[in-house]
Design a protein around this ligand. Sequence first.
Ligand code: FAD
Length: 291
Amino acid sequence: MLTEGLVVVHECLGEADQMLRRLVLSGPIAKTAKAGQFVAVQVQDSSISSFDPLLRRPISLAEVSPDQNEITLLYRIQGRGTEILARARCGERLSVMGPLGNGFSLPEVGELWLVAGGIGIFPLYALAQSALAQGLSVRLFWGGENQSFLRSAGLNDWQALGIPIHLCTLDGTLGDKGFVTEQLQGRLFQSFQLFGQTKLINIENQANNAQHSISEQITVATCGPKKMMQVVTELCMNFAVPVQVSLEERMGCAVGACLGCVCTLVDETGTLIHKKVCQDGPVFRGEEVVW
Ligand code: FAD
């Protein structure tokens, strides 16, 4: 679980947003990692002390390439830890713990809808790749601040997948102006009408065992700001569509020992329970999260 990754690519993700970085690491994690899992990267300011900062920084797996033995991390420089990480050069070795946590579960059939807000897009690319490899249809809903953010954060790579993409920006410079949840709501409503009709036709044909309700056709996976994921969950619950959410909490140890990332959930009996985002998540069923 504790291993080293050799930096093979470390670059600015896009010219417009200089804070976004793409880090490709070569190492054994690629053999076992799964979409939705993350790694805890040691970041150290060697000019001060080899233990400063003490805590590793959690970063999701944006791409997993077992054949090339590589993982890709996409991150935004936020504060001291990621600033130090951004100084890593090609050929350097980083101490990486992982793969950590429980990732997304793919449905066996149907469509996977991905809903991303801002840099919440990063862990969803690996998921899209696994889903497409499994023969699922994938559709993306992605909202960001403006056109240059979406382009910097990898829009071209998503377009190269050849999947339907619904974009929106807060300033209207690309896609619809507004929130990604509005696009999701519209599309859920359309699909509800479509699958509702399929169900009716099947009932008329007495082919009850071939009924397809919307919940059997669509699975949603989402990552982004907490408020957005809450709205996505509520919409999905209204349409009885299963939804998986990737939660983000500030983490201490990242392996379940320090209880720094505990979140509140509700179990099947309605009882409030606590789970660790690092070990039990970061991916949970939307309906079990207490927002
Ligand atoms: P700090 O100095 O620690 O903080 C700077 C600012 O960032 C502060 O305002 C702080 O409140 C905020 N911040 C720090 N940590 C978090 C957090 N976990 N959630 C929200 N805000 C935070 N970031 C990416 O860019 N790409 C990823 O793929 C990614 N995946 C993640 C997966 C998981 C499971 C988790 C828990 C976090 C992930 N993050 C990701 C967030 C990333 O870990 C933080 O941005 C990073 O740890 C910040 O460290 P820092 O020392 O640079 O900033």
